[in-house]
Design a protein around this ligand. Structure first.
Ligand code: NOJ
Length: 717
């Protein structure tokens, strides 16, 4: 199929149709699809519907086949529809939510989950997934941190890239692979006060050094599509932002990824006050480089008029349509329009035993042990009281898991019972007011109180921001009760964002499990009974109080930093009523083993821009308990033209250590690991001191100073 020839056969109207994405119910009234957004009636006729280019959300193979068949019967040129959907952390086999996945610090896991998601979703005839979400997130009030890989650009980049590779694998033309659509371009995670869809206002240097990095890494990994964000950037809505869509994406990054608006976000430029009407919006979008319009019809209704009036050059339209047709071709849809959709393959592959087994393995690596006063692991002989909103709940899939069926999951109560744990009391009470005196007597009969606490899955995700990020509904009163009864208290958290845990710090152990997916509770059981050793690390800081937000490890130093030596001064960058540090920092996560770091060595102390530095460090498991450790390497650039973060993650390795084993871990660093971007997006570096820090988290590290030589500062020239 020569797409240039095909393009020539299309009328302007037909070309514009290729740029429209509609939900399946437009094609067939009986079909429902989960879409996140205001469903407006689109004022589109039957002809317009059967000229559109792609579909948003489809439930299974038979629906896809039905819609595609009907479309091809009516569409004059028989150009197949492309089916896109939000397959975020699994199709029917649900994996940990992205923030949990990032907690594994194991990029192979991201690859593997994306692979399985692609294999399963492709049986429904889905061709493109709206994943990964590469948005950097520093504000836990924002509900969508659950979909993110956290606050670090490098970690988010590594995970985004691995997801892209996992989905696209060895080529999107092959059955079982999906094209990846990175989102939301750009800086959506910087919405003010964490209120979803709110204003974003970031500097160019923050943009290039923080926010853009993870999208770029995903694009470099070959992502085929890019979705725009709902927010403004420099005052211009991302969906019509020429700087983002042309200068950054096309000119600087040399990407030919198909761009797509977010749900209705083109029409929303009117609400932003950046277009007079839909015609103006269509004009600004095509000039800016937006290809596909999702769920609004500015292009369909006005682009032809704009071309006929000579206001828009038809070349701009052709460029966009060619990119869409090329993607359809690359997906192999002209040869097989029903590609992948198969009821038989669906039965064989979806939620297979093998996939569920991997889901559990991933869950085991994604939980983070935040605190442990040697209470964990538990002993099977201990009598347990199991209380809290997640004691009997099967709702462990988390947001964006619309194909996952929670009735297949097991509750904690079921898993405890299946393992013959002596439960003196089980209750889904959320707080002390829901417990009777008799209940308290039953709790007293236990040795350990396991509290399954957290947020309902609907408290995080799109449009679900919170201003108070404590545990809801006074769940902390359960901790206080158990402690007042002199019980050991283990808290298991189910939630989609870092929470303010200050009022449950009395508990003896806290295991952060986020939403771990289809096999969550079985994995949690193995972790708390020591059949597996926790190894997750936090991809995002947990604040001491909401008033500290945003609190993130890779902050700038300020001109009046608080240090160990100046605590008595008054005029410092600090709060009067709370420490500067978070409650749990980025990279924190405990193990049942204890790891010691020693012998940090570097190949040279002075280096130039062509040097590859080799670093080595010994990591010893001082315990008898085998386990994973995440060895983290941070840098600090002390002198630069712009202020640089006090710490930046540059490398990490997840290693396995048997009891008493020592391993030498080696990292290589080159100038690209030590450079930064100026406000035009150019890579740059300055001579002077750098500190390399290696350790088990972002706060406890062994350090070494090195010097970059041979680059002159301006004052020396
Ligand atoms: C809106 C969300 O912002 C986006 O992430 C999602 O992919 C689209 N809706 C499509 O469902």
């Amino acid at each position: 199929m020569k797409i240039d020839n095909l393009l020539k056969q299309l009328t302007t109207k037909e070309k514009i149709g290729q740029l429209l994405q509609l939900a399946p119910f437009y094609f067939d009234i009986d079909l429902k699809a989960e879409v996140a957004g205001r469903i407006r009636s689109l004022n589109i006729d039957r002809e317009g519907i059967f000229m559109s280019g792609s579909v948003l959300g489809i439930s299974n193979a038979s629906e896809m086949i039905k819609v595609q068949q009907k479309y091809l019967d009516i569409n004059k040129h028989k150009i197949p529809l492309m089916f896109m959907a939000d397959i975020i952390h699994g199709y029917e086999t649900i994996f940990p939510v992205p923030i949990a996945l990032a907690s594994s610090f194991n990029p192979l896991i991201a690859f593997q989950t994306a692979r399985i998601s692609a294999i399963e979703a492709s049986t429904a005839g889905i061709h493109v997934t709206f994943s990964p979400m590469a948005d950097l997130s520093r504000d836990p009030r924002w509900g969508r941190v659950v979909e993110s890989f956290g606050e670090d650009p490098y970690l988010a980049g590594v995970f985004s890239a691995q997801m892209v590779k996992g989905y696209q694998n060895e080529g999107i033309e092959k059955i079982g692979n999906l094209a990846a659509c990175v989102k939301h371009f750009a800086a959506y995670g910087a919405s003010e006060a964490g209120r979803d869809y709110n204003t974003v206002d970031v500097s160019k240097t923050a943009l290039y050094n923080m926010y853009l990095k993870s999208y770029k890494t995903a694009i470099d990994a070959g992502a085929k599509m890019m979705m725009t964000a709902f927010n403004v950037l420099d005052g211009v809505p991302a969906t019509i932002n020429k700087y983002l869509l042309r200068t950054v994406l096309r000119d600087q990054w040399k990407s030919d990824a198909v761009t797509i608006s977010d749900y209705d976000s083109l029409k929303q430029v009117l609400d932003h006050g950046c277009a007079e009407n839909e015609k103006d919006a269509a004009y600004r979008a095509i000039q800016a480089g937006l290809d596909i319009e999702m769920a609004s019809v500015c292009y369909v209704n006005y682009l032809e008029e704009l071309i006929d009036e000579g206001i828009v050059d038809i070349k701009k339209l052709d460029e966009a349509v060619l990119r869409v047709l090329q993607l359809k071709k690359d997906l192999g849809l002209f040869e097989d329009s029903f590609k992948g959709a198969s009821i038989d393959r669906e039965k064989e592959l979806v939620r297979s035993k093998e996939h569920l087994k991997i889901s559990k393995k991933v869950a085991l690596e994604s939980a983070v042990l935040l605190k442990n006063e040697q209470t964990l692991p538990l002993n099977k002989k201990q009598k347990i009281a199991l209380i809290g909103p997640y004691a009997k709940s099967k709702s462990t899939n988390g947001p964006w898991s619309w194909h996952g069926k929670i009735e297949h999951n097991l509750s904690l109560e079921e898993v405890f019972s299946n393992n013959n744990i002596n439960l003196t009391f089980v209750s889904d009470a959320e707080n002390i007011d829901q417990l009777s005196q008799q209940n308290i007597t039953q709790i007293e009969a236990s040795e350990v109180v396991v509290l399954a606490l957290g947020e309902d899955a609907r408290l995080s995700g799109e449009a679900h921001s919170r201003s108070d990020i404590k545990l809801p509904n006074h769940q902390d009163t359960l901790v206080k009760l158990a402690r007042s009864l002199n019980k050991e208290v283990v808290v298991i958290l189910f939630n989609g964002r870092p929470l303010d845990l200050s009022n449950i710090m009395d508990s003896n152990a806290i295991l952060e499990t986020w939403f771990l997916g289809s096999r969550a509770t079985e994995a949690i059981f193995d972790l708390i009974y020591g059949h597996a050793n926790p190894s997750g690390k936090l991809p995002m800081s947990f604040p001491r109080t909401v008033g500290q937000i945003p609190v993130y490890y890779n902050h700038l130093n300020t001109g009046r930093p608080l240090t160990d030596n100046n605590q008595n001064y008054e005029y410092l960058s600090r709060f009067l009523d709370v420490e500067n540090t978070p409650l749990f920092s980025f990279g924190h996560g405990l193990s049942y083993a204890s790891f010691k770091y020693s012998d940090l060595e570097i190949s040279q102390i002075e280096f130039d821009i062509d040097t590859t530095l080799r670093l080595s460090i010994n990591v010893t498991n001082e315990s008898q308990i085998p386990g994973h450790e995440v060895v983290q390497l941070y840098i600090r650039d002390h002198v630069a033209k712009i202020s640089r973060p006090v710490k930046e993650l540059k490398k990490f390795k997840k290693i396995w250590l048997e009891g008493k084993q020592t391993q030498t871990v080696v990292f290589e660093l080159d100038i690209h690991d030590l450079s930064y971007f100026d406000s035009n997006g150019n890579e740059t570096y300055d001579s002077g001191k750098f500190t390399i820090m290696v350790g088990s988290n972002s706060q406890e590290t062994l350090n070494i100073d090195i010097w970059l030589k041979g680059v002159k500062h301006d004052y020396q020239k």
